[in-house]
Design a protein around this ligand. Structure first.
Ligand code: 6PG
Length: 477
């Protein structure tokens, strides 16, 4: 037994992770349900490093040095459980099973508890960066026992992306913490993508600009505060021409966004925790709306618009307004996502270091961006920051763009252009900073119809008002 790490499940993500380990000098045990995939990995990339291929799970496990480290890279859900059940009888106390897929964190908590009973470590880890990241350096978010990280951490840090020499991998927290953080990463990814899509639409509707022209604007934006992987690829995608028709590539793509579930999980969990992640939620619902074909068909050409015709007079000023509104909305989405991490960390006892999460998202992952440095710095100033938006840097960075943000959201509404993420983020911003919200009236209504009680501004305690039948106040208790 001499492999330092093993990978079972050699579809593209598993295969690329295995190659990444091998390229970093590790001897990698490899296994796949059908041996043909294992053989093709060796045939195509055997020269990447030292692989030990096995046809059976038993031989695969036997080829690993103890404590064994087995990375499972199969489909989330049933297939992951099946592989775990197959592994349990073959492993020994202290061995480490790593699930590097996009598992739902409650499943990870369940599996961790079960494997612990067998004396095994279970590490649910987020891995972001797609196929390219898996091969050349992803962002890695491992959960599980601290002890398992002592064995596994150095290897994962080795193969992760590096920013200024710092690995984009750190211990996140116990049991489901790693997969939780990956889930929120994906929720933020949904928000980022939706905000970019809205900015594209605003530029298209406001300026009547072509995809190519908008692509050039995004390329320009990528030189400033918005610099990020998603802005960069947006610039490229928008400038891409469809070979078959010669039209802009985006213009021939059907406008129905799909999703595999991580955004939905993020929103479901936010509802459970009571954390308002309106940017991520609107982004998730915007995908759902785009796919609501019967509703869209029923409404299209039928619902009245009473909208103006958008005439932008100052092109450059408008582009700058959209850029500022995009940046501000993006900060809101991150601020909300970090609130959700804080709430879950409290709920599940994970003790997650939010600054460290921003640090390991700076490279390798889909949401990698220059601005994550600013988030890391904000949590360095105050590890218990109650609201990212209220950090001194973001107060001024967002504050600088608020007028532009208002102009864009207002003009979009007047001209009938939907901006669910831009608009809800601005509403959140105004809500969270408000002196007084109309929730007082909600409380009064609840007390009126259901005796749900309320608190007062002038004295402490819990109160209920008895309302007489003519609905005037009768007695107070
Ligand atoms: C990543 C990505 C990855 C996945 C997306 C797609 O971090 O590398 O997030 O996990 O490709 O989540 O998700 P949807 O299909 O739901 O858009």
């Amino acid at each position: 037994a001499r492999a330092q790490i093993g990978v079972t499940g050699l579809a593209v993500m598993g295969r690329n992770l295995a190659r990444n380990f091998a390229r970093h000098g590790y001897t990698v045990a490899v296994h796949n349900r059908s041996y043909a995939k294992t053989e093709s990995l060796i045939a195509d990339h055997g020269t990447d490093g030292d692989f030990i291929p096995s046809e059976s799970m038993k031989d695969f496990v036997a080829s690993l040095a103890q404590p064994r480290k087995v990375v499972i890279m199969v489909k989330a859900g049933g297939p992951t459980d099946a592989v775990i059940q197959e592994l349990i009888p073959l492993l020994d106390e202290g061995d480490i099973v790593i699930d590097a897929g996009n598992a739902h964190f409650p499943d990870t908590r369940r599996r961790e508890a079960e494997l612990k009973e067998h004396g095994l470590h279970f590490v649910g880890t987020g891995v972001s960066g797609g196929e390219e990241g898996a091969l050349n350096g992803p962002s890695i978010m491992p959960g599980g026992s601290k002890e398992s990280y002592e064995w596994l951490g150095p290897i994962l840090e080795d193969i992760s992306a590096k920013v200024d020499g710092v690995p984009c991998c750190t211990y996140v927290g116990s049991d489901g913490a790693g997969h939780f953080v990956k889930m929120v990463h994906n929720g933020i990814e949904y928000a980022d993508m939706q905000l970019i899509a809205e900015a594209y639409d605003l530029l298209k509707q406001g300026l009547g600009a072509s995809a190519k022209e908008i692509g050039e604007i995004f390329a320009e934006w990528n030189k400033g505060d918005l610099e990020s992987f998603l802005i960069e690829i947006t610039a490229d995608v928008l400038q891409h021409v469809d070979a078959e028709t010669g039209s802009a590539f985006v213009d021939i793509i059907l406008d129905r966004a799909e999703q595999k579930g991580t955004g939905r999980w993020t929103v479901q969990n936010a509802l459970d925790l009571g954390v308002p992640i309106t940017g991520i939620a609107e982004a998730t619902f915007a995908r759902a709306l785009s796919g609501s074909v019967p509703q869209r068909t029923a409404a299209n050409g039928v619902l009245e618009a009473h909208a103006g015709t958008w005439e932008v007079t100052d092109r450059e000023a408008f582009i700058e307004d959209v850029r500022l509104a995009l940046y501000a909305s993006k900060v809101v989405a991150y601020s909300q996502g970090f609130d959700q991490i804080a709430a879950a960390s409290e709920e599940f006892g994970w003790d997650i270091d939010r600054g460290a999460m921003a640090r390991i998202w700076r490279g390798g992952c889909i949401i990698r961006a220059r601005f994550l440095n600013r988030i890391t710095e904000a949590y360095e100033r105050d590890a218990n920051l109650p609201l990212l938006l209220a950090d001194e840097y973001f107060v001024s960075a967002v504050g600088h763009g608020v007028s532009a943000w208002r102009r864009i959201v207002a003009q979009a509404a007047l001209n009938g252009v939907p901006t669910p993420a831009f608009a809800s983020s601005l509403s959140y911003y105004d809500g969270v900073r408000a002196d007084r919200l109309p929730a007082n009236l909600i409380q009064a209504q609840r007390d009126f119809f259901g005796a749900h009680t309320y608190q007062r501004t002038d004295k402490a305690g819990v109160f209920h008002t008895e309302w007489s039948l003519d609905r005037s106040e009768s007695t107070e208790s």
